[in-house]
Design a protein around this ligand. Structure first.
Ligand code: SAM
Length: 231
């Protein structure tokens, strides 16, 4: 049986977005690296978002398929995404929510206004727009009031915020919720506190690294100290 990912509309949208990313991102990333080397390596988050305004920085196709698989297998109804960019990962997640058939939704977050506009357009083009709400602004603010229980979280924004974003959402995680943290290879120093947290004894998470794309960490919330989150 085919899935929403096989539909011509979704495939056309993903093909176009991945092609744009493949042709544009390498030049933009090289330019931004040069800029950071000249001006110092630690720009504030808004400035980094501005410098990377035209860069997709997407999950790989394989990671996208894994996201679809995880969200579908767990029949995810509330999916939260930190870092939507132009919406590539969001298409995979929304396709899974449609395939799961439980009336679920994806809540994305993106701080760059033009990216939000284009992500919404891309989601409409794929035919999945009605399943997605993209919240504009800093995810630490915009995702604060997401209603639980949350079934799946994708962490793909700036790497130093993975831990605070997860801790903010934790009280609303369903027991058994999955957390997918992308890009372990991209900023290992920034991600260390996050990985120590989810891998730590007594953390409440089971966690495993997956060597796909830029490497990712998939964690499952078991609950802690009698606390099970929002379920
Ligand atoms: C790696 S890209 C996301 C790629 C996207 N998940 C995909 O697969 O197409 C990271 C995005 O997170 C956004 N971002 C970073 N920090 C953020 C924050 N605090 N709140 C909202 N968006 C943020 C950036 O503007 C950037 O577009």
């Amino acid at each position: 049986m085919s899935t929403t990912l096989d539909s011509p509309r979704v495939q056309r949208t993903l093909d176009r977005l991945f092609q744009d990313a493949d042709s544009g991102d390498p030049g933009i990333i090289a330019r931004v690296r040069g800029d950071l080397e000249r001006r110092g390596p630690s720009p504030d988050p808004e400035r980094l978002a501005h410098l990377l305004a035209d860069a997709y920085l997407p999950v790989s196709r394989e990671v996208g398929r894994l996201l679809h698989l995880l969200a579908f297998a767990t029949r995810a109804r509330t999916v939260v995404e930190f870092g939507t960019s132009f919406g590539i990962s969001t298409v995979f997640l929304a396709a899974a929510v449609r395939d799961a058939g439980g009336g679920g939704r994806v809540i994305g977050s993106e701080m760059h206004p033009e990216k939000v506009r284009r992500a919404r357009h891309n989601l409409e083009e794929s035919g999945l727009g009605e399943l997605v709400e993209i919240r504009e602004g800093d995810a630490l603010v915009t995702l604060r009031d997401v209603e639980g229980p949350i079934d799946l979280v994708l962490l793909d924004g700036w790497k130093n915020l993975y831990l605070p974003v997860l801790q903010m959402l934790e009280p609303r995680l369903r027991r058994g919720a999955l957390i997918v943290a992308d890009d372990l290879d991209i900023a290992p120093d920034d991600l260390r506190p996050y990985l120590e947290y989810v891998r730590g004894a007594g953390s409440g998470y089971g966690s495993v690294e997956i060597p796909l794309g830029d490497r990712l960490e998939v964690s499952c919330w078991h609950g802690r100290d009698g606390r099970e989150g929002g379920a």
